[in-house]
Write a protein that binds this ligand. Structure first.
Ligand SMILES: Cc1cc2nc3c(=O)[nH]c(=O)nc-3n(C[C@H](O)[C@H](O)[C@H](O)COP(=O)(O)OP(=O)(O)OC[C@H]3O[C@@H](n4cnc5c(N)ncnc54)[C@H](O)[C@@H]3O)c2cc1C
Length: 483
């Protein structure tokens, strides 16, 4: 049973099983490089399964992490609950979040999160405390933690299989250790990925830049609010210690560096356009931290090879606009541990197990990755898209599905499946004129008259031109229809 984690400063002690690596070449089952969300979780799960794990990080804990906004969606919260860590996260003083809002121009959608295995809550804990809780979980499970040790080289055998690491302490003392598997959980600029030459694929450059900060004195009502308007993406949600995250993302070309006082004005002005009541509250209350800036590129990386694997941001980095990095890191750690555990126990070939992990990782994240990149462009929705989102505000099931898609619960391909969109059209402006393009889309989804193939071809073109990613999914889902 883990102790409760009320305090910000936890003593972290390593449990040393076997020889310490700086006393000679020690042998482990797994060496995990990077001891934050993905690394600590992977080390914890494999240690719990009885494997000898060395967990090393060049940082000294607690602290040392660049600021981020730290929203964890229900699939991430489910993992924390499964691992017995959720009570500790709750005890850090972050309130539960049950609803997400996606407001686009005049259309305001606010819906409850769908449940995933009984979990329908999100949290935005203080990052330092989350890292400590996971790290403590890893150490208590038996992982040997080495702080302020930086990976320098990977050791390989004659066939190029990775068999260990050469690292260095801060005073340049060498640390050499061998293992059957080396896991790179060392973030977007992963040293493991560089050393093995893991290539990136499906890449996009930085699509937007955001600035955000913490505010006090705003009421907490368990809601994430996001707004898209005039090529700006404003966002706010409750976080730890009674504070609220407030920020705005803009396409790269529109973003300008500015002193803090200037940013107060531009952020409040952005909220004036979409939620004047909230903007008024911002004027009455207080920003309690500096403005921080985020700009993240998008890529997947080959996530396995002989004797090595990547997990978390090292293997998959995406724009933070959908706030999914921590959730994905926790799910990725679970996928990796489940895949390699039987091989480490001797029941399966390790390379096959790693290939299976890579396939499942890609299948899990690809749909949301595409959705995130589309979101990250911060393009305003056109009239037809708004009409479809307005229909979602009238159908609680679709509204919940839409925010569930944002929160990595509902795969985009499932949400945009023809049957689901078919049902949504019952909620398109009753009796009004949703526009001839919408009628075309309706025809496409419900099936155009068989004798009118040109109509469906026209509908295809309209969807491609007018419905952004919605259209892409609709076209994909309707492949094979009569036309
Ligand atoms: C602006 C911004 C906002 C974000 N907002 C959210 C959000 O709201 N919700 C969300 O889920 N995600 C968010 N993210 C993403 C999230 O922070 C990452 O997805 C997450 O931190 C990935 O965790 P990780 O453990 O894989 O890697 P990291 O957290 O990057 O940890 C990597 C670790 O590896 C160590 N390391 C690196 N190189 C070496 C080396 N050579 N030797 C030893 N150790 C090494 C580092 O010291 C570090 O401790 C945001 C990111 C940014 C930039």
């Amino acid at each position: 049973m883990l102790p409760s984690f009320q305090s910000a400063k936890l003593p972290i002690r390593s449990t040393v099983r076997g020889r310490r690596p700086d006393m000679g070449v020690a042998m482990y089952d797994v060496i995990v490089v990077g001891a934050r969300v993905s690394g600590a979780a992977t080390a914890m799960l494999l240690s719990k399964a009885g494997h000898r794990v060395l967990l090393l990080d060049r940082a000294k804990f607690p602290g040392g992490k660049a600021a981020a906004t730290n929203l964890i969606h229900p699939p991430g919260i489910l993992r924390l609950r499964r691992w017995g860590l959720l009570d500790a996260v709750r005890a850090t003083g972050c309130p539960p979040i049950h609803s997400y809002g996606l407001q686009s121009g005049p259309v305001a959608l606010m819906a409850r999160l769908p449940a995933v295995d009984g979990v329908a809550e999100a949290y935005s804990p203080e990052r330092t405390k989350l890292d400590e809780i996971l790290l403590q979980g890893a150490v208590e499970a038996g992982a040997e933690l080495r702080e302020q040790v930086a990976l320098r080289e990977l050791l390989t055998d004659d066939h190029g299989t990775v068999i260990g690491v050469r690292a260095e302490t801060e005073d340049r003392t060498p640390v050499v250790a061998h293992a059957r598997l080396v896991v790179g959980a060392d973030g977007a600029n992963s040293t493991v990925a560089r050393l093995v030459g893991a290539e990136k694929y499906d890449t996009s450059p930085v699509l937007n830049k955001s600035h955000w900060s913490y505010w006090s004195g705003l009421p907490h009502d368990g809601r994430v609010r996001t707004y898209r308007h005039h090529h700006k993406h404003a966002f706010t949600w409750p976080t730890h210690d009674g504070l609220t995250i407030v920020g705005v993302a803009l396409p790269v070309k529109d973003f300008q560096a500015a002193p803090d006082e200037e940013r107060d004005k531009t952020v409040i002005a952005a909220f004036d356009e979409v939620d004047p009541d909230f903007a008024a509250r911002l004027r009455e209350t207080e920003r309690v931290d500096r403005w921080m800036t985020g700009a993240v590129p998008n890529f997947l990386r080959r996530s396995h090879g002989r004797g090595w694997a990547l997990v978390g941001d090292a293997g998959y980095t995406r724009d933070p606009i959908t706030a999914a990095g921590i959730t994905d890191a926790l799910r990725g750690a679970e996928l990796l541990a489940e895949a390699v555990e039987p091989a480490l126990s001797g029941d399966r070939d390790l390379n096959q197990a790693l290939a299976g992990y890579a396939r499942r990782r890609d299948a899990l994240v690809r749909g949301h990755y595409r959705y995130t990149r589309d979101h990250a462009m911060i393009a305003d929705h056109n009239r037809e898209e708004l009409e479809i989102i307005r229909a979602m505000t009238r159908s609680p099931e679709h509204g919940s599905g839409m925010v569930g898609m944002f929160a990595t619960i509902v795969p985009p391909a499932e949400f945009y499946a023809p049957a689901n969109i078919h049902a949504l059209f019952d909620h398109v402006t009753p009796g009004g004129d949703p526009g001839w393009k919408i009628r075309m889309v309706k025809w496409l989804v419900r099936g155009a008259p068989r004798h009118l193939p040109p109509v469906t071809r026209l509908a295809d073109r309209l969807i491609a031109a007018n419905l952004g990613s919605m259209g892409t999914y609709l076209l994909g889902g309707s492949a094979g229809r009569t036309a």
